[in-house]
Design a protein around this ligand. Sequence first.
Ligand SMILES: [Zn+2]
Length: 756
Amino acid sequence: MKFARRHCLRETEKFTVSLSESPTVRFYVPEWDDNVDAHYDFEHDEHSKLNPSERDLQYIWDIFDPSTLPIDGVLISREQVGESQAKHDRFVEHGVYEPGSHLDVPDWLPTISDCGAWGYKSLPFPPYDNQEMLEFYDDLNVSVGVTVDHLVLGSGEAGRLYLDERAFTNSFTEDDLPDALTDTFDVMVAAWPDEWPDYVEEEAPAVYETDSVDPFDPSLFEGTAETVQERLSDDPRAVYRKDDTQFRYELTLQNAAEMHEIYEANDYSFRLMAAVQGWNPASYAQATKKTLQQGYQYLGIGGVAGSPTGVVQDIMAAIGNIVKEHEREYTTRIDTHVFGFAKTDAFDTAGRSGMTSFDSASMLRSAWTGGKNYHLTSGKRYDALRVRFPQNGEDLSTSIEKALRAQELLHALRAFDDNESIAEAIHAWYQTAEQAIEELDSYLWEHRWDDAYNASRLRDIKEHFRSDYAHGRELKGSFSTRFRRRLAKLLRADDPEDPVDRAEYETLIENAKAVLQDFPRMLAQVEQQENDSDRCGTFEQVWLLVKDYATWIGDEGHLDAYEELLQAEPWRECTCTLCEEYGIDIAIFRGNNRNRRRGFHNKRRFYDQFEDDLPKVLVVTPATAQMSGPPTIESHLAKHQSAFWQVVHDLPVAEIGTVSAQGFHEWWEPTPPTVSLDPDQMAASLADTATRYQEIFVYIPDHPLRDQVHDAIDGEDCQLRQYTDPANLRQAVLDRLGYEADFLPDHPIQTSLPGL
Ligand SMILES: [Zn+2]
């Protein structure tokens, strides 16, 4: 598979149109500090700067260019942002699109922000206030804000009892709660916030009003579960609900209603999405109905992350049917996001149900969790080869040996990837390592009292050492971080007035030299093989080292998988920018800078399939001078271009809107105050940004597109089709998607989420 856009049909005219960069079904990535050191030194396994705050960090949007970036947006959860006060303050002060946030999302990439309900699922109430949440979204300057929801958690228990973790002590812990209680109720223990939002005052005054937490007296929990529940009924450290599922469901709807009202009364720049919660397709369908009645045109399905594909498919189908009914009754359009779910085998249902976006971090995180970390396609996955760093707590000699073995193997693997002599690579590495340790003593003797080594912070000493000593980086790579840190400590302690005994340096160096004596380990055997076969960089040669290393480090159980990986060399097949730049290093399991880059690669591979299954289709019509009149593009289309709007408003997968000289206007957007229809500018703006669409269907009732549009787009990688009859356009879009006229999936009402 290749990742460039794929196009098969070419029956009408072809030219690339650059409209909004947003594709039709969008794929969002949750923001979880997924960044790498832009200038990481792979050869010595060194960060560009020892001080993390000085590093130039790259996010996935800094690595791929807009036309190959395998995401369509970023999901930013407040729970995640709040994990670091500094990060929270940066985001709120600057907004996520400004460099000051450090996230620095490109202007064209949409952002959704939500509360992150999973993070507070064990609290009796969401810890956020509706109004305050809207202001948070406004401060972050995100494109979309989501209403405050509470995960609808199921349980077979008689009721749910929430307890404030802060009231437990070392002598009375959660584990000391009697079985009579925990067997009867679903007990949820979590540290409650110091301050609850105002609405809690009404719901649970005792909980709201407390300003200190007294420890639980164990006698509170004696007796039957019912007695305990009674005893705790006005306790500020406990909340009990008989039907908590219903409470959470109602609260989510209530918040959506209230937030919609506040939103309408204000002038926020983001779009508001209603979170929809439920416990089975019927309850989700019911919640969808109510949310649509509240006036929402953007829904977010929550609570399905981690659920089996079939269950989520049923929920999407149920919601999709309700939404379609509503769209057709009111000749309108609704966007729907699915939170925390993106399974390739559910794409067909998702498309037919009219889902418009997803988010998932699983492809990224699978790069370093579990096995099969390097993905080509969903069916072709390989184990990344583990080359381990020394661990904390190991003695110095073990750390040095682990570092040496790792470097020897890494040099061999790179030579293998480059089809070069592995023996020469090992030999060259060994000589550098040897030189680094041989010349160390004389360097230290000459420089140990340099001013820079007077610094009090060890990091400053290490930073100076690695740039001043010619082999400072090599010492870290081949002899371990620990070895270099020991040196730095000696340098810091060393003072002309109170010199460190030279023997201390010598002991350290001798220790390293002693370990180095066993290296290079496999040179002779590899050389022999190279001579015998008269070939370089073969699997058989590199396998000598891989087998030796994996067996020594305790990973011999992975050898079969490693053989499969090295025989297939899948990184050669991948044309993503990371595999092209780093080659085999992307398939090596070792630290954040390799693992997270592999995660970005996995995302790119996943996105290939996503684009195949849910093609990027755009449906547009040229703007008219009347467009600046009505408040929204939708109202303009309904009023002035109704022949078009009537037949396209409910089309699944496709993105719908108008085109003016200012660019693309999505159906839900407010209309611009003025409309420019200058044909040259229109052509230029069209050609500027359409790299993320595969096919564009244009309804042109009067006359064909002008030549300059064709000229501007000619040679680009996108197909454009023109229609004078909107019904033909509709049919062509459905044909392109492979959907029948009644494309909706069946509407099930049976399946429940697990645990309910
Ligand atoms: Zn790749």
